[in-house]
Design a protein around this ligand. Structure first.
Ligand code: DQA
Length: 142
């Protein structure tokens, strides 16, 4: 089974970006880890990152057409993008929302809402990079 792992804005700087919050694993390392976890679970994992909202919407639209399961860390867009909300609404295959940190327990009020959660079959937060493994394991179980 093919699975898309889609990462939103600023996650390309994983490992260097606020490591006290997001850890020291880089995005390239995350992509390798996801590919390996996918192999173990029998999933063909394609990991992508973008800082451009329209590109993420294009990927989600394609995933809807192809009925591809998605693991999504939409980063800050998760908190306010109604275009993202609409894109998630039309997905046909399961969607798993991942956040490396736990947005609900962070001080900024804007992190306490998610436009993705209403459409997520599962939400994994605060597990660090292992959250992606947990999300893939959830999809493999289905
Ligand atoms: C994040 C949490 C978001 O609030 C933040 O905007 C991010 C990363 C996470 O993975 O913990 O960029 O999605």
């Amino acid at each position: 089974t093919k699975v898309l792992v889609l990462n939103g804005p600023n996650l390309g700087r994983l490992g260097r970006r606020q490591p006290e919050i997001y850890g020291t694993t880089t995005h390239a390392e995350l992509a390798d880890l996801c590919a390996g976890w996918g192999r173990d679970l029998g999933l063909d994992v394609d990991v992508r990152q973008t800082n451009h909202e329209g590109e993420l919407l294009d990927w989600l639209n394609q995933a809807a057409d192809d009925r591809t399961p998605v693991v999504l860390n939409a980063a800050a867009w998760s908190h306010y993008s109604y275009a993202l909300f609409d894109a998630c609404a039309q997905l046909e295959a399961p969607l798993v929302e991942v956040h490396i940190s736990d947005p609900a327990s962070r001080p900024e009020e804007f992190r306490h809402t998610s436009v993705v959660s209403p459409y997520a079959a599962s939400v994994v937060t605060g597990q660090g990079i292992d959250g992606y493994r947990q999300a893939l394991a959830f999809l493999a179980e289905l």
